[in-house]
Design a protein around this ligand. Sequence first.
Ligand code: ITT
Length: 203
Amino acid sequence: MLSNNADFTKMKTIAFATSNDHKMEELRHILPQYKILGLKDLGIQEEIHETGSTLEENALIKAEFLFNKTGQSSFSEDTGLEVDALNGAPGVHTARYAGVSRNPEANMDLLIDNLKENSDRSAQFRTVIAYKSANEVRIFEGIVRGQIAKTKSGQGGFGYDPVFIPDGYNNTFAELDQTIKNQISHRAKAVKYLLEYLILRSD
Ligand code: ITT
């Protein structure tokens, strides 16, 4: 029987074009079958300019950047919070909704202000994964529907988690056990499709 160490050395490695430590942590829980190397692990400090006008374009920019840098199969993800009553905003502007400082507290406060007492609080997190290898480019999507809370609650997760209550639950993502988030989230769903694809290709 193989020891744990032997298993580890046989793990497949994949490069993930992110500098977001929270995403890395979630990915390591969601995809334990792979050794995932982020930009920091790869010693890449350059900022990737997300100049696209859609989540898909930005995800592709990041995956292609890392593939061109390393020559290794790479993936990235871009995530947006899409609020129905705001016609899909903040969407591609999710990270910088309240300004370039990308402050999650300010972003959530602005969102709560913009929704005011609106009774339609429905929204979704949408993650787009772009995968780039020598031969192929693939896009995968994961969506979780939910409601925007009127106030922020909870300490877990990151970004907008304190104001997002996923359908089927009474608590925000920041209040729920992170194991639950990592089972039902936008990110978990998109990664499931990526994994199915990688298994099919036996990458
Ligand atoms: P990259 O290096 O991967 O680009 P980023 O932080 O710039 O990391 P995005 O461009 O995808 O990530 O920005 C999405 C923003 O959406 C992010 O800054 C968070 O505020 C928010 N966000 C993403 N995933 C989230 C999640 O699971 N829960 C709550 N908020 C999330």
